[in-house]
Design a protein around this ligand. Structure first.
Ligand code: ATP
Ligand code: MG
Length: 557
């Protein structure tokens, strides 16, 4: 029986179809699958498909299979197979015992092909690949029948067997379905079902030298696994008649139902694994998990959370029409999650030293600081305060314009969790650059408010000069500068400022024991995550996302 649907999950056309199938009794238990081809790492587009397929199984009390769907023996990579499993699990989904490989079905698929031949619905064709293309015709012209199309069943059976036994050269023979060379749908013009490839397969070794094509493999794998709803992206719409035709000929009912939905496109992002591989191979990024990559591995390293990605996938929903989703929505989801979960801390990216002249030399005072502004359970920590501190270079201006409320000569500001300080002197180098400030503090403002009730207009973050840690901070921006990087030249569309490395940042002493993956809000700066490269000797942080929420702003929130 269907479980109650997750109250937060909005309905969509796929859920409507499933509801009808359950109501009519066509389907008893919902079985879906996520079928990646292991030719690259998963990206945020795959996350949409994962959330959809595993989400349906979860909400309807069914199951979702993970199937490595590949028929091309040349492209298999163990690294990809492992990363895909890791990424699906990390997103919070579990296929239980239902891990499959399309190659596990090669024996059965061969038998189905033989069955098609016996029915007179498939034949061995000796046209070259170019000739097959030529004979296929165009969208406006019908195709031409192959001269091999009317071979006898016996001859076809014998030739197919000999193909299997390796008697023919690659490219010399293929098995084709015998459907309709005049079909308005080009996919139905006697599609190739099997081709010869004398290449060992990483799962089946050199057992096979003929391999089934995707269209033949996919529908039958779905049927063998008892998939009820085979959800795929829109570009397979034209393949649906072939999907149904193959099952109709050789597989007992009920058949899985193919349903297409629009793939996710994100602004400033490329999503094709082929292009992502190029970025990796050309060294444009540091690897599949470069934090600028739209891969799950990249987003994870960047500090995105599974919760935020799942939330994003729910919000974009599923539709039948292609569109481009604003990247700012994904960032909004990340902020919403991290705002709840990330402890606060202080870090100074571009330090400017301030000497507080009336604070005793050598004194260290530990000030209490809340770890989260609206979650008292997150507790407090003690932050050391000393005579010499660092503030953010940007938080001081020698000659401030009207709307600049932060520190300037003669001006008083609040140091977060500490005291008011007033800038009394500015020290510049020979070129006139500000290199140090002198200030006085007011001991009567401990904790951040003045006993006499006077106000200041700004609160600055800071760290103690000696009682803080050096850190490297990597600031990321979109990898591409253009909203749709698929248009025009890929490399010309790159954003030259997608990575800025700040090498002399300072962070709170409290961060000395952090581990890769730990996430924080650096107050006033954004959300940051400890990078894989980080060591206790050399802390490295990635900026996950800045604080300013452009998406919420656009929505008028
Ligand atoms: P790519 O073009 O990036 O290589 P693909 O579709 O070839 O993608 P597969 O590994 O074949 O990648 O995809 C596995 C599943 O993920 C398929 O069911 C596919 O429909 C789905 N998928 C891939 N990209 C997207 C996307 N951008 N949005 C939604 N689903 C996607
Ligand atoms: Mg593919």
């Amino acid at each position: 029986m269907p479980m109650e649907i997750n109250a937060n999950t909005p309905s969509n056309f796929i859920r409507n179809i499933i509801d009808e199938d359950l109501a009519s009794g066509r389907v008893k238990e919902v079985v879906t699958r996520f079928p990646p081809e292991p030719n690259g790492y998963l990206h945020i587009g795959h996350a949409k498909s994962i959330c959809l397929n595993f989400g349906l199984a979860r909400d309807y009390g069914g199951r979702c299979h993970l199937r490595f769907d590949y028929t091309n023996p040349e492209k298999e990579e163990v690294e990809y197979i492992e990363s895909i499993q890791e990424d699906v699990r990390w997103l919070g989904f579990d296929w239980g015992e239902h891990l499959y490989f399309a190659s596990d079905y090669f024996d059965q698929l061969y038998e189905f092909a033989v069955e098609l031949i016996k029915q007179g619905k498939a034949y061995v064709c000796e046209l070259s690949a170019d000739e097959i293309r030529e004979y296929r015709g165009t969208l406006t012209e019908p195709g031409k029948e192959s001269p091999y199309r009317n071979r006898s069943v016996e001859e076809n059976l014998e030739l197919f067997e000999r193909m299997k036994n390796g008697e023919f050269a690659e490219g010399s023979h293929v098995l084709r379905a015998k459907i309709d060379m005049a079909s308005p749908n080009v996919v139905m013009r006697d599609p190739v079902l099997y081709r010869i490839k004398k290449v060992p397969h990483h799962r089946t070794g050199d057992k096979w030298c003929i391999y089934p094509m995707y269209d033949f493999t996919h529908c039958l794998s779905d049927a063998i696994e008892g998939i009820t709803h085979s959800i795929c992206t829109l570009e397979f719409e034209n393949n649906r008649p072939l999907y149904e035709w193959i099952l109709e000929q050789v597989y007992p009912k009920p058949h899985p139902q193919q349903i297409e939905f629009a793939r996710l496109n994100l602004s400033y992002t490329v999503m094709s694994k082929r292009i992502l591989l190029q970025l990796v191979e050309k060294g444009i990024v540091s690897g599949w998990d470069d934090p600028r990559m739209p891969t799950i591995a990249g987003l994870r390293r960047r500090g995105y959370t599974p919760q935020a990605i799942r939330d994003f996938c729910e919000r974009i929903g599923v539709a039948k029409a292609n569109s481009i989703v604003d990247y700012a929505l994904l960032e909004h989801c990340v902020r919403e999650d991290l705002n709840e979960t990330a402890p606060r801390t202080m870090a100074v990216l571009r330090p400017l030293k301030v000497v507080i002249e009336n604070y005793p030399e050598g004194q260290v005072e530990y000030l209490e600081a809340a770890n989260h502004p609206n979650n008292p359970e997150a507790g407090t920590r003690l932050v050391p305060f000393t005579r010499e501190i660092y503030i953010e270079r940007d938080d001081f201006m020698l000659d401030p314009p009207k709307k600049f409320y932060r520190l300037a000569p003669g001006r008083e500001v609040r140091l977060r969790f500490a005291y008011f300080i007033k800038c009394t002197d500015v020290i510049c180098d020979d070129e006139g650059n500000v290199v140090e400030l002198r200030a006085v503090y007011d001991p009567e403002t401990k904790g951040g408010s003045a006993r006499d009730g006077r106000k200041v207009k700004a609160t600055l973050h800071w760290v103690a000069a000696d009682h803080s840690l050096p850190a490297e901070v990597r600031l990321y921006d979109h990898l591409f500068a253009t909203e749709d990087p698929n248009e025009g030249d890929l490399e010309e569309n790159l954003n030259p400022n997608s990575l800025e490395i700040v090498t002399d940042a300072r962070v709170e002493l409290n961060l000395k024991d952090v581990n890769p993956g730990d996430k924080f809000q650096f107050e006033r700066l954004g959300y940051f995550c400890v990078d894989l490269d980080s060591t206790p000797e050399r802390l490295v942080f990635n900026r996950t996302v800045a604080l300013k929420d452009t998406w919420a702003k656009l929505q008028g929130k």
